[in-house]
Design a protein around this ligand. Structure first.
Ligand code: PSU
Ligand code: MN
Length: 308
C-alpha cells in the first residue's frame, strides 16, 4: 500500500495557514539549537530567532523530527524538547526514514531541513554556516551532505558562508561543480562564518532582498535541476570574532579533534564547542550575530518573494 507523506510531515496550524494564503514563511534549522549551541542559551536563541522572523513580518517554521514525525513549525513545548532533551539525535536527510520508522526524535541539519522545507512548500531557510568539505578530506572523504542536498533542492538558504572549521576553498569548488547558485549579499568576499571574510572572492553580488527574489524567479523560469540559491550574508565587521584569536583556537581545536579521533557526525559539534570554550564565549557571540542577521535577511527575502 502506498501512503502519502501527510502523516510524516506535519506543519503547525500557523505554518499551514501561512502557506495556504501565500504569506511569507522562513524555515529555521534545529541542529544549530540542539548540537551547535550550549544549553540553556540555545533555548533563548531558538525563541529569539523565531521572534526576529515575526518582527520582520514573516512566519517562522523551526523544523525538527519529534517521535518520528517531521514537524514544520514548533510550539513552545516542542522547541523546549529540541533544546533540552538529552540524547536528541542529529538527523541528516538520509536519517529521516529511520527516525520515522523507529519513532525517534532528532534535530535536522541544513540538509534535512532544506529537504523538509522544500517538501512542505517553504522556499526560504536561514541558518548560521553551511556544512561542507572538511579539512583532511583526502584522508577521510568527509563532505557534509548539506552540499549534495543543496545541489538538488529548490530552496534559498541565507547563511554566513560555510563554517570556518571546514576547507572553505574546497567547499566553494564543490558548490561550483554541483551547480549551486551563490551570491554575496552586499559583499564581494565569501563570508567566513565567525569572520566577515573567508579571504575568498564571491563572483556575484546582490544588494537588495528584491534581487534575491528575482534570482529565485530566474531559477524557476529556467527550470532544469532543482538547485538551491545560497545568499551569503557576512557578519557585521564590528561583531566578528578577532581573526587572530579565531585562527589560534581553531588550530588547537583541529589538533585536539585529530588526537582524540573525533570523526563523522560528532566532528562539527566538537569543533564548535571547542571554539566556544577556547575563545571564552566570543565565538558564540559571533555565531549568534551571524545567525540573527541571516534570519532577518531571510524574512525580508521571503516578503519580497511573496510579493513577486
Ligand atoms: N550552522 C551553525 N551551527 C551548526 C550548524 C550550522 O551555525 O551547528 C549545523 C548544521 O545543522 C549543519 C551541520 O547542517 O552543522 C553540519 O554538520 P555535518 O558537517 O555533520 O554535515
Ligand atoms: Mn560529515
Amino acid at each position: 500500500m502506498r501512503r502519502t507523506t501527510d502523516s510524516l510531515l506535519q506543519p503547525s496550524d500557523e505554518v499551514a495557514e501561512a502557506l495556504d494564503s501565500g504569506a511569507p514563511v522562513v524555515a529555521l534549522e534545529s541542529t544549530i539549537i540542539s548540537h551547535g549551541l550550549p544549553r540553556p542559551r540555545n533555548l533563548e536563541v531558538a525563541r529569539e530567532l523565531e521572534e526576529i522572523v515575526r518582527r520582520e513580518g514573516a512566519v517562522p517554521a523551526t523544523i525538527a523530527v519529534l517521535d518520528g514525525v517531521a514537524r514544520i513549525g514548533l510550539d513552545e513545548a516542542s522547541l523546549e524538547r529540541v533544546a533540552m532533551e538529552p540524547g536528541l539525535r542529529k538527523l541528516s536527510q538520509r536519517d529521516l526514514p529511520l527516525a520515522a520508522a523507529l519513532k525517534v526524535s532528532g534535530a535536522t541539519t541544513v540538509a534535512a531541513t532544506s529537504f523538509l522545507a522544500a517538501r512542505a512548500g517553504i522556499r526560504l531557510f536561514a541558518t548560521g554556516g553551511l556544512g561542507g568539505v572538511h579539512r583532511g578530506w583526502t584522508d577521510d572523504q568527509d563532505e557534509s551532505a548539506d552540499l549534495d542536498t543543496l545541489s538538488r533542492t529548490r530552496v534559498t538558504v541565507v547563511c554566513a558562508g560555510v563554517k570556518s572549521i571546514l576547507d572553505v576553498p574546497a567547499t566553494l569548488q564543490r558548490l561550483e561543480t554541483r551547480g549551486v547558485t551563490v551570491a554575496g549579499y552586499r559583499t564581494d568576499e565569501f563570508p567566513g562564518f565567525y569572520l566577515r571574510s573567508s579571504g575568498r572572492p564571491v563572483e556575484w553580488r546582490i544588494e537588495m532582498p528584491e534581487e534575491a527574489a528575482a534570482v529565485m524567479r530566474g531559477q524557476d523560469a529556467f527550470g532544469g535541476q532543482e538547485t538551491a540559491l545560497i545568499v551569503a550574508n557576512p557578519i557585521p565587521e564590528d561583531q566578528q570574532l578577532d581573526p587572530a584569536l579565531h585562527d589560534r583556537v581553531l588550530a588547537e581545536a583541529l589538533a585536539t579533534a585529530e588526537r582524540e579521533g573525533v570523526t563523522g557526525q560528532a566532528i562539527t559539534p566538537f569543533l564548535l564547542g571547542y571554539l566556544v570554550r577556547g575563545t571564552g564565549g566570543a565565538s558564540l557571540e559571533a555565531n549568534l550575530a551571524a545567525v540573527r542577521g541571516n534570519v532577518a535577511l531571510a524574512a525580508r527575502i521571503a516578503l519580497a518573494w511573496s510579493r513577486s
